[in-house]
Ligand binder design. Structure first.
Ligand code: 13P
Ligand code: SF4
Length: 344
């Protein structure tokens, strides 16, 4: 993302001024860019001095993505980036469980979390003790956890998945009994997709939801299609099945971006967190985004000020610390994901 370590307010403004969908939080004036630039340049100097990299999820605010991000993407790509970096310090601007995954893969590196709000409605919906109880109830099932879970939950499960690979991995697991957790809506979409592919498996799932994606409805899609008959509707698998069924494409945030990039169409409705729409507007200004989008309070709790603070003087709370036994058990489920994902 970042092409050089020092940028000017004019350069930042030229990228961010194209962002319009999402209200005042997602719009940028030249003055706002002038305020960001000293912080951005100080962070980039510190990164060089400390051999640090900044990993940023696409939902995080654009001034972070385009100002200081070294790696930007969906949760699968960021896990792979965390595995490949040679830096001594990883600053993970996203949500805590993504930072946990980076630490599970890199026990020798310092992983720092600038986001002030720990958690995510999915990751908070289930803990390790609850998974242990479920395993007693479903002893023959393979336990598949979404990456949006804590290290403690990953340690109890067999295979981790992300929205980019959940369908292919579940199809390839050599067991016809699957317990998927924690996302109920993704579980319903998974059942539907397996039926569509002719794969017969007993799929049980938990009751968690993402508060951002569960808001969207097929009624909203209907109304947008009336107003913009040529619009392509693109949704994330954390949305309700009725939403996914009426969308033109369903995929992870990176797959949504790729779909838009490759498409010859001009108008899109992106049913996911606003940060992705911001990225798309900045990177593909000739395509038009219609409708609205919603903010994730956890992802948006990352700021340039806190990135600078954790790089300068991290507290215990900013550092990811995982018990070694738990890390090794959680690592197995993540390694199983990489093995299955690379089979395809
Ligand atoms: P992606 O893996 O598609 O980026 O999704 C992560 C997430 O938190 C979606 O809400
Ligand atoms: Fe969690 Fe939803 Fe936010 Fe993604 S968008 S981090 S699933 S609350």
């Amino acid at each position: 993302m970042l092409t050089k370590s020092h940028i000017t307010a004019e350069e930042l403004y030229q990228t961010l001024r194209k962002i319009k969908v999402g209200g005042t939080v997602c719009t940028y004036s030249y003055k706002k860019c002038e305020e960001f630039v000293p912080l951005i340049n100080e962070i980039n100097d510190l990164k060089e001095q400390k051999n640090a990299v900044i990993l940023v999820h696409s939902y995080v605010s654009p001034e972070i993505i385009y100002g200081v991000g070294d790696f930007v993407g969906d949760s699968y790509k960021l896990a792979k980036d965390a595995l490949s970096t040679k830096a001594d310090i990883i600053v993970f601007a996203a949500v805590r469980f993504m930072g946990d995954t980076a630490k599970i893969l890199n026990p020798e590196k310092a992983v720092l979390i600038p986001g002030l709000l720990d958690g995510c409605t999915l990751a908070d919906s289930i803990n390790g003790a609850q998974v242990r109880e479920l395993k007693k109830q479903f002893p023959k099932h393979t336990f598949v956890c979404y990456i949006n879970t804590t290290a403690e939950v990953k340690a109890e499960c067999d295979v981790c998945v992300t929205s980019a690979n959940v369908y292919d991995i579940v199809q390839n697991i050599p067991n016809d009994k699957i317990y998927f957790l924690p996302d109920k809506l993704m579980g319903l979409n998974l059942k539907r997709e397996m039926a569509r592919r002719g794969v017969t498996k007993d799929i049980q799932f938990y009751s968690g939801t993402c508060y951002v994606h569960e808001e969207y409805s097929s009624e909203q899609i209907k109304n947008i299609r009336l107003e913009y008959p040529d619009v392509k509707v693109v949704s994330h698998p954390e949305c309700k099945p009725e939403v996914c069924e009426t969308s033109d494409f369903v995929g992870s945030t990176a797959q949504m971006l790729h779909y838009m990039k490759k498409s010859r169409d001009k108008q899109f409705l992106m049913l996911t967190e606003c940060g992705l729409s911001s990225r798309l507007q900045a990177e593909f200004p000739n395509k038009r985004l219609v409708g609205s989008c919603t903010l994730c309070r956890y992802m948006k709790s990352n700021t340039l000020q806190d990135i600078l603070r954790v790089l300068k003087d991290p507290t215990d709370r900013d550092r990811v610390i995982i018990d070694e036994q738990m890390r090794l058990r959680a690592l197995k489920s993540i390694q199983a994901m990489f093995r299955y994902a690379e089979q395809n």
